[in-house]
Design a protein around this ligand. Structure first.
Ligand SMILES: NC(=O)c1ccc[n+]([C@@H]2O[C@H](COP(=O)([O-])OP(=O)(O)OC[C@H]3O[C@@H](n4cnc5c(N)ncnc54)[C@H](O)[C@@H]3O)[C@@H](O)[C@H]2O)c1
Length: 249
Protein backbone atom coordinates (compact mmCIF):
# COMPACT_ATOMS: atom_id res chain seq x y z
CA UNK A 1 0.00 0.00 0.00
CA UNK A 2 2.27 2.76 -1.31
CA UNK A 3 -0.40 5.44 -1.60
CA UNK A 4 -2.33 5.20 1.66
CA UNK A 5 -4.01 8.52 2.44
CA UNK A 6 -3.17 10.01 -0.97
CA UNK A 7 -5.77 11.77 -3.08
CA UNK A 8 -5.57 11.31 -6.84
CA UNK A 9 -7.13 13.00 -9.86
CA UNK A 10 -7.21 10.96 -13.08
CA UNK A 11 -8.28 12.55 -16.36
CA UNK A 12 -9.62 10.33 -19.11
CA UNK A 13 -10.76 8.15 -16.21
CA UNK A 14 -13.48 6.44 -18.27
CA UNK A 15 -10.97 5.38 -20.93
CA UNK A 16 -9.26 2.06 -21.51
CA UNK A 17 -6.06 3.12 -19.71
CA UNK A 18 -7.57 5.71 -17.32
CA UNK A 19 -10.03 3.22 -15.84
CA UNK A 20 -7.26 0.70 -15.10
CA UNK A 21 -5.11 3.49 -13.61
CA UNK A 22 -8.00 4.48 -11.29
CA UNK A 23 -8.30 0.89 -10.00
CA UNK A 24 -4.53 0.53 -9.52
CA UNK A 25 -4.24 3.80 -7.57
CA UNK A 26 -7.15 2.73 -5.32
CA UNK A 27 -5.64 -0.75 -4.83
CA UNK A 28 -2.56 0.96 -3.42
CA UNK A 29 -4.61 3.14 -1.06
CA UNK A 30 -5.56 6.34 -2.91
CA UNK A 31 -8.95 8.03 -3.09
CA UNK A 32 -9.73 8.94 -6.70
CA UNK A 33 -11.44 11.77 -8.57
CA UNK A 34 -12.17 10.58 -12.11
CA UNK A 35 -12.54 13.35 -14.69
CA UNK A 36 -13.92 12.60 -18.13
CA UNK A 37 -16.38 13.82 -20.74
CA UNK A 38 -18.10 10.44 -20.64
CA UNK A 39 -20.46 10.60 -17.65
CA UNK A 40 -21.86 7.06 -17.99
CA UNK A 41 -18.35 5.71 -18.60
CA UNK A 42 -17.30 7.20 -15.26
CA UNK A 43 -20.10 5.27 -13.54
CA UNK A 44 -18.63 1.99 -14.78
CA UNK A 45 -15.28 2.81 -13.11
CA UNK A 46 -16.74 3.52 -9.67
CA UNK A 47 -16.63 -0.10 -8.42
CA UNK A 48 -12.96 -0.50 -9.45
CA UNK A 49 -12.18 2.16 -6.83
CA UNK A 50 -14.77 1.50 -4.12
CA UNK A 51 -14.00 -2.25 -4.13
CA UNK A 52 -10.75 -1.27 -2.42
CA UNK A 53 -12.61 0.77 0.22
CA UNK A 54 -11.46 4.04 -1.33
CA UNK A 55 -13.54 7.11 -2.06
CA UNK A 56 -14.59 7.81 -5.67
CA UNK A 57 -15.70 11.21 -6.96
CA UNK A 58 -16.78 11.39 -10.62
CA UNK A 59 -16.17 14.74 -12.32
CA UNK A 60 -17.96 14.88 -15.67
CA UNK A 61 -16.34 17.71 -17.61
CA UNK A 62 -14.96 18.70 -20.99
CA UNK A 63 -11.27 18.98 -20.18
CA UNK A 64 -10.73 21.41 -23.06
CA UNK A 65 -12.95 23.99 -21.31
CA UNK A 66 -10.68 25.94 -18.93
CA UNK A 67 -13.41 27.50 -16.77
CA UNK A 68 -15.43 24.28 -16.49
CA UNK A 69 -12.33 22.34 -15.41
CA UNK A 70 -11.33 24.89 -12.76
CA UNK A 71 -14.89 24.77 -11.44
CA UNK A 72 -15.66 21.02 -11.60
CA UNK A 73 -12.25 19.56 -10.79
CA UNK A 74 -11.52 22.37 -8.30
CA UNK A 75 -14.76 21.56 -6.43
CA UNK A 76 -13.99 17.81 -6.38
CA UNK A 77 -10.51 18.49 -4.98
CA UNK A 78 -12.05 20.64 -2.25
CA UNK A 79 -14.53 17.81 -1.47
CA UNK A 80 -11.62 15.40 -1.07
CA UNK A 81 -9.70 17.88 1.08
CA UNK A 82 -6.78 18.24 -1.34
CA UNK A 83 -4.86 16.47 -4.09
CA UNK A 84 -1.50 14.69 -4.10
CA UNK A 85 -1.51 12.88 -7.47
CA UNK A 86 -2.60 13.95 -10.95
CA UNK A 87 -2.59 11.57 -13.91
CA UNK A 88 -3.31 13.28 -17.23
CA UNK A 89 -4.58 10.43 -19.38
CA UNK A 90 -7.36 12.14 -21.40
CA UNK A 91 -6.58 12.32 -25.08
CA UNK A 92 -6.78 10.39 -28.31
CA UNK A 93 -5.69 10.55 -31.90
CA UNK A 94 -7.28 11.30 -35.27
CA UNK A 95 -5.78 10.48 -38.62
CA UNK A 96 -5.66 13.30 -41.15
CA UNK A 97 -3.17 13.93 -43.92
CA UNK A 98 -1.45 17.26 -43.46
CA UNK A 99 -2.17 18.70 -46.94
CA UNK A 100 -5.91 18.38 -46.36
CA UNK A 101 -6.11 18.84 -42.57
CA UNK A 102 -8.70 21.36 -41.44
CA UNK A 103 -7.96 23.98 -38.82
CA UNK A 104 -10.66 22.36 -36.70
CA UNK A 105 -8.92 18.95 -36.74
CA UNK A 106 -5.65 20.63 -35.75
CA UNK A 107 -7.12 22.61 -32.85
CA UNK A 108 -9.27 19.70 -31.67
CA UNK A 109 -6.18 17.47 -31.42
CA UNK A 110 -4.11 20.13 -29.66
CA UNK A 111 -6.95 20.96 -27.27
CA UNK A 112 -7.73 17.31 -26.45
CA UNK A 113 -4.13 16.17 -25.97
CA UNK A 114 -2.27 19.26 -24.74
CA UNK A 115 -4.59 22.05 -23.56
CA UNK A 116 -6.46 19.49 -21.43
CA UNK A 117 -3.19 18.83 -19.60
CA UNK A 118 -2.76 22.56 -18.92
CA UNK A 119 -6.38 22.92 -17.77
CA UNK A 120 -6.33 19.96 -15.37
CA UNK A 121 -2.86 20.70 -14.01
CA UNK A 122 -3.80 24.34 -13.45
CA UNK A 123 -6.84 23.19 -11.46
CA UNK A 124 -4.97 20.69 -9.27
CA UNK A 125 -1.50 22.17 -8.75
CA UNK A 126 -2.43 24.85 -6.16
CA UNK A 127 -3.66 22.09 -3.80
CA UNK A 128 -0.39 20.17 -4.29
CA UNK A 129 1.69 23.26 -3.55
CA UNK A 130 -0.40 23.91 -0.46
CA UNK A 131 0.23 20.33 0.75
CA UNK A 132 3.93 20.42 -0.18
CA UNK A 133 3.63 17.10 -2.03
CA UNK A 134 2.68 16.30 -5.60
CA UNK A 135 3.08 13.66 -8.25
CA UNK A 136 2.05 14.55 -11.79
CA UNK A 137 2.14 11.79 -14.41
CA UNK A 138 1.33 12.80 -17.97
CA UNK A 139 0.43 10.21 -20.58
CA UNK A 140 2.00 11.21 -23.89
CA UNK A 141 2.73 8.73 -26.68
CA UNK A 142 5.54 7.08 -28.57
CA UNK A 143 4.25 9.30 -31.41
CA UNK A 144 5.82 12.28 -29.61
CA UNK A 145 9.23 10.62 -29.92
CA UNK A 146 9.03 8.80 -33.24
CA UNK A 147 6.55 10.97 -35.14
CA UNK A 148 3.74 8.44 -35.08
CA UNK A 149 5.49 6.11 -37.52
CA UNK A 150 2.83 3.43 -37.03
CA UNK A 151 0.12 5.50 -38.69
CA UNK A 152 0.62 8.10 -41.41
CA UNK A 153 -1.45 11.21 -40.81
CA UNK A 154 -0.67 11.63 -37.11
CA UNK A 155 0.99 15.07 -37.25
CA UNK A 156 -1.49 16.94 -35.05
CA UNK A 157 -1.52 14.15 -32.46
CA UNK A 158 2.28 13.81 -32.50
CA UNK A 159 2.73 17.58 -32.17
CA UNK A 160 0.30 17.79 -29.25
CA UNK A 161 1.87 14.82 -27.48
CA UNK A 162 5.35 16.33 -28.05
CA UNK A 163 3.93 19.46 -26.39
CA UNK A 164 3.15 17.29 -23.35
CA UNK A 165 6.81 16.22 -23.30
CA UNK A 166 7.98 19.86 -23.27
CA UNK A 167 5.42 20.81 -20.64
CA UNK A 168 6.57 17.90 -18.47
CA UNK A 169 10.22 18.93 -18.54
CA UNK A 170 9.64 22.66 -18.01
CA UNK A 171 7.15 22.10 -15.19
CA UNK A 172 9.47 19.55 -13.55
CA UNK A 173 12.17 22.22 -13.37
CA UNK A 174 9.72 24.86 -12.14
CA UNK A 175 8.43 22.67 -9.29
CA UNK A 176 11.60 20.76 -8.42
CA UNK A 177 12.15 22.40 -5.06
CA UNK A 178 8.51 22.37 -4.01
CA UNK A 179 7.92 18.66 -3.45
CA UNK A 180 6.11 18.15 -6.76
CA UNK A 181 7.53 15.80 -9.41
CA UNK A 182 6.36 15.81 -13.02
CA UNK A 183 6.96 12.79 -15.23
CA UNK A 184 5.64 11.48 -18.51
CA UNK A 185 4.91 8.02 -19.83
CA UNK A 186 5.13 7.60 -23.60
CA UNK A 187 3.20 4.40 -24.37
CA UNK A 188 3.49 2.42 -27.54
CA UNK A 189 0.50 0.42 -28.76
CA UNK A 190 -1.45 -0.99 -25.83
CA UNK A 191 -3.58 -4.13 -25.70
CA UNK A 192 -6.86 -2.26 -25.31
CA UNK A 193 -10.22 -2.80 -27.01
CA UNK A 194 -9.10 -0.38 -29.74
CA UNK A 195 -6.85 -3.17 -31.06
CA UNK A 196 -9.66 -5.74 -31.24
CA UNK A 197 -10.41 -4.98 -34.89
CA UNK A 198 -6.82 -5.40 -36.11
CA UNK A 199 -6.53 -7.70 -39.10
CA UNK A 200 -3.84 -10.41 -38.72
CA UNK A 201 -1.76 -8.57 -41.37
CA UNK A 202 -1.99 -5.24 -39.55
CA UNK A 203 -1.19 -6.88 -36.21
CA UNK A 204 1.90 -8.54 -37.73
CA UNK A 205 3.12 -5.27 -39.26
CA UNK A 206 2.64 -3.63 -35.85
CA UNK A 207 4.51 -6.34 -33.93
CA UNK A 208 7.30 -6.34 -36.53
CA UNK A 209 8.14 -2.76 -35.41
CA UNK A 210 8.27 -3.66 -31.70
CA UNK A 211 11.52 -5.39 -30.64
CA UNK A 212 9.78 -7.35 -27.85
CA UNK A 213 6.87 -8.19 -30.21
CA UNK A 214 4.53 -7.41 -27.31
CA UNK A 215 1.69 -4.91 -27.05
CA UNK A 216 1.66 -2.98 -23.77
CA UNK A 217 -0.61 -4.29 -21.01
CA UNK A 218 -2.70 -1.51 -19.36
CA UNK A 219 -2.06 -3.12 -15.93
CA UNK A 220 1.71 -2.75 -16.44
CA UNK A 221 1.30 0.89 -17.43
CA UNK A 222 -0.91 1.48 -14.36
CA UNK A 223 1.72 -0.13 -12.15
CA UNK A 224 4.29 2.34 -13.53
CA UNK A 225 1.92 5.21 -12.73
CA UNK A 226 1.56 3.92 -9.15
CA UNK A 227 5.35 3.77 -8.73
CA UNK A 228 5.85 7.29 -10.12
CA UNK A 229 3.10 8.47 -7.73
CA UNK A 230 4.72 6.93 -4.69
CA UNK A 231 7.04 8.45 -2.09
CA UNK A 232 9.84 6.22 -3.43
CA UNK A 233 9.89 8.20 -6.69
CA UNK A 234 10.83 11.42 -4.87
CA UNK A 235 13.98 12.00 -6.92
CA UNK A 236 12.57 11.11 -10.33
CA UNK A 237 11.34 14.15 -12.21
CA UNK A 238 11.22 15.37 -15.80
CA UNK A 239 11.55 11.82 -17.11
CA UNK A 240 9.98 10.77 -20.42
CA UNK A 241 9.55 7.01 -20.06
CA UNK A 242 8.66 5.03 -23.19
CA UNK A 243 6.58 1.93 -22.43
CA UNK A 244 6.81 0.57 -25.93
CA UNK A 245 8.72 -2.72 -26.07
CA UNK A 246 11.71 -0.91 -27.53
CA UNK A 247 9.76 0.60 -30.42
CA UNK A 248 11.39 4.03 -29.97
CA UNK A 249 14.98 2.74 -29.79
N1 LIG B 1 -4.14 2.98 -25.99
C1 LIG B 1 -2.97 3.13 -26.62
O1 LIG B 1 -2.48 2.24 -27.35
C2 LIG B 1 -2.20 4.42 -26.41
C3 LIG B 1 -0.90 4.52 -26.94
C4 LIG B 1 -0.20 5.70 -26.75
C5 LIG B 1 -0.77 6.75 -26.06
N2 LIG B 1 -2.03 6.62 -25.57
C6 LIG B 1 -2.59 7.77 -24.84
O2 LIG B 1 -3.03 7.30 -23.59
C7 LIG B 1 -4.17 8.04 -23.16
C8 LIG B 1 -5.30 7.09 -22.81
O3 LIG B 1 -5.58 6.27 -23.93
P1 LIG B 1 -6.79 5.23 -23.92
O4 LIG B 1 -6.37 4.06 -24.72
O5 LIG B 1 -7.29 5.07 -22.53
O6 LIG B 1 -7.85 6.05 -24.78
P2 LIG B 1 -9.45 6.04 -24.60
O7 LIG B 1 -9.98 6.66 -25.84
O8 LIG B 1 -9.92 4.69 -24.21
O9 LIG B 1 -9.66 7.02 -23.37
C9 LIG B 1 -9.49 8.42 -23.48
C10 LIG B 1 -10.49 9.06 -22.54
O10 LIG B 1 -10.30 10.48 -22.61
C11 LIG B 1 -11.60 11.07 -22.60
N3 LIG B 1 -11.55 12.37 -23.24
C12 LIG B 1 -11.15 12.65 -24.50
N4 LIG B 1 -11.32 13.96 -24.74
C13 LIG B 1 -11.83 14.50 -23.60
C14 LIG B 1 -12.22 15.81 -23.22
N5 LIG B 1 -12.15 16.83 -24.08
N6 LIG B 1 -12.70 16.01 -21.98
C15 LIG B 1 -12.81 14.97 -21.10
N7 LIG B 1 -12.45 13.71 -21.40
C16 LIG B 1 -11.98 13.48 -22.64
C17 LIG B 1 -12.49 10.12 -23.37
O11 LIG B 1 -13.86 10.32 -23.04
C18 LIG B 1 -11.95 8.77 -22.94
O12 LIG B 1 -12.66 8.25 -21.83
C19 LIG B 1 -4.50 9.00 -24.29
O13 LIG B 1 -3.95 10.26 -24.01
C20 LIG B 1 -3.83 8.37 -25.49
O14 LIG B 1 -3.48 9.33 -26.48
C21 LIG B 1 -2.76 5.48 -25.73
Amino acid sequence: MRLTGRRAVVTGAAGALGSVICGALAADGADVIGADLDRSGLDTVESAVTAHGRRWIPAAVDLTDFDAVQDTVGRAVKDLGGADILVNSAGGGAVSFFHEMTYETWTTQVDRNLTSVFNATRAVLPAMLEGGFGRIVNISSVAAIGGGRLVRGATAYAAAKAGVVGLTKALAIELAEQGVTVNCIAPGAQATGARDNDTPEWRESLLAQIPTRLLGEPEHLAETVVFLSSAAAVNITGVILPLDGGHSI
